[in-house]
Write a protein that binds this ligand. Sequence first.
Ligand SMILES: C[S@@+](CC[C@H](N)C(=O)[O-])C[C@H]1O[C@@H](n2cnc3c(N)ncnc32)[C@H](O)[C@@H]1O
Length: 250
Amino acid sequence: MESSESLDQVRARCARADSSASPVGDGITRAPGKWTFGEGLPRVFNRHVRRSIPGYDELHAKCLEHARTLPQAGRLLDLGCSTGTLTQKLRSAYPNAEVVGVDREPGMIEEAYRLDPTGHYVCADLAQFDLGRWDGVFALYVLQFIPEDQRWALLRKIREALLPGGSLLLAEKVREKDPLEEARARAEYHAFKRAQGFSQAEILAKERSLSGVLFPWTVDENLRALASVGFQRIEPLFSSLCFHAWIAWV
Ligand SMILES: C[S@@+](CC[C@H](N)C(=O)[O-])C[C@H]1O[C@@H](n2cnc3c(N)ncnc32)[C@H](O)[C@@H]1O
């Protein structure tokens, strides 16, 4: 069939389609490169994150186990706490500890207080936030959203915020250095998401929306950065598909 559209008209139509928001699952729509944790996400986040990150609750259980090795009445900081799921679990497991959750998204902090009214949550950007001193810092799937040049500075700030014997529990989505390995990892992750009930169109729309917003490092890049800012001992804690976690001690 002959098209009556000129090349310029086709280009304009493609550009419009590219910049329009598409469903990414759980009633959320996002445009390419425009991923945000606001705009309706906080209310459905707990469901969305469990369907998006393999081993989400399993890693939280490991965080609680790890917290047992820290001082009983210790100070625990949950960076990028979203709706406060881990913060709340830490508070319940360690009632004598001081536990604080930080997130820059006002809707997430509002939801955290709705679900956990007696919790302690702070709405702040980690780049500007004065961390204070802590026995345990938890940073689950948040540093991956901090641009690379600022991520080093933040890691250094976390290292300096840790009290003697303290540790950072870091979890990140990682990328593979080798393009073939990356393609394999991506296909495996898509299969996981399809098994969680996302359609392929939703999976691709979410991936496009995260482009230029989520900057995964390789495992080696994460380990090198942790060592470079002065962590003395780094041990792998958990991995599921392209999601890895480590404990780094001062
Ligand atoms: C994938 S979620 C983290 C999930 C959470 N740690 C958990 O275990 O449920 C990432 C969170 O990091 C927050 N975030 C991203 N960049 C941030 C920044 N610069 N400062 C503070 N929070 C940030 C987002 O608002 C979002 O709530």
